[in-house]
Design a protein. Sequence first.
Length: 415
Amino acid sequence: MDIKKTTDSLRTASQKLALQNACQKNAALNAVADALDKNRASIIAANDTDVKNARAAGISESIIDRLLLDDKRINGIIASLREVIGQTDPVGEEVAGWKTPNGMTIRQVRVPLGVVALIYENRPNVTVDAFSLAYKSGNAILLRGSSSSYVSNVEIVRVIKEALAGVEGGVPEAIELVEVRDHDHSDVDQILNAVGMIDVCLPRGGKKLIQNVVQNARVPVIETGSGVCHLFIDESADLEMACRIAENAKIRRPSVCNAIECIVVHSAVAEKFLPMLEKTFAGRVKLHADERAIKFLNSAIPATDEDFGNEYLDYECCIKVVDSIEEAIEYINTHNTKHSESIISQSRANTRLFQSMIDASCVYVNASTRFTDGGEFGFGAELGISTQKLHARGPMGIKVLTTTKYLIDGEGQIR
């Protein structure tokens, strides 16, 4: 990849987008949504190739689930895109404004970041999500997907570019996909070192990918996190509710980052709750239990130190027993990835303590962690879940791809 040639083209595209109003950008995005609907057969055919290759390579079915596209998921992609279209354009929004004593007017307004790079794994729906958020917020985007989803991504980007080229004012140069070659990551190194050419880079994928970007990037990075999420069953918990939430948060889609990987149980309810949990899971989840939990379970295996803080991304879960909410909070903050945590409790004091003291981007009370998602939060699409504390945290929607600048109007004032 010629990184300078590619980013120069993207920079020019971002400058064109920066001059467009919401109506122009929405018209282009509506054309893309229609094109995705019209070309769904070719997209699914391309995805079938990726899925077959993934199975031939021995990739687990839980990871293949992240790769898979079908009519239902394409419907979801289009619905998310339509929701982004319906959102208020953040560009030009006045964040603050005031008049100085000498009569100057100062306004702080939102502006696009410029050129965004996204390095991501497996999920081809991210291609559309990231593009739509970037385009609506006036940014050009460079996409570097994984080899496992490359055929799908090529077809999706082709459809997007053709749709943009076919609408008045569309900017097809605002999206570029990196050609991916097996075992060659030199393009990733180019992206991470493209100082002055790329304004921000976002990693979205597993722990190894995220660490590589965070540790080696010389361009600004918005860090997304792997999802070691916990569910804490407090001593006052409604245990039937706890079982329903545990089932949803672990089993519905175990390969996603907002699925739980560890269930922490108060010792006062462990003897009653754990057999209920085991029955709810009904052999569908492999349980790794600590020495206090395992005596209440028939099918669990002893947990090792590696199980606690592990992101299984599969039908596996570890169980930890604690003696107090304070111990639960300390354990979770030590082993989590600052993504999403939940407490099941009927105690207002304990739920408020949990939400105050847990260090994570999303902290739930009596609800599944599976709601940590841009669509569920009303953002339409998302760039990922930020687990850092600067600029953005939690599900990232349109505004994350903007910054602000100050516009100052005077009448000849000097200092």
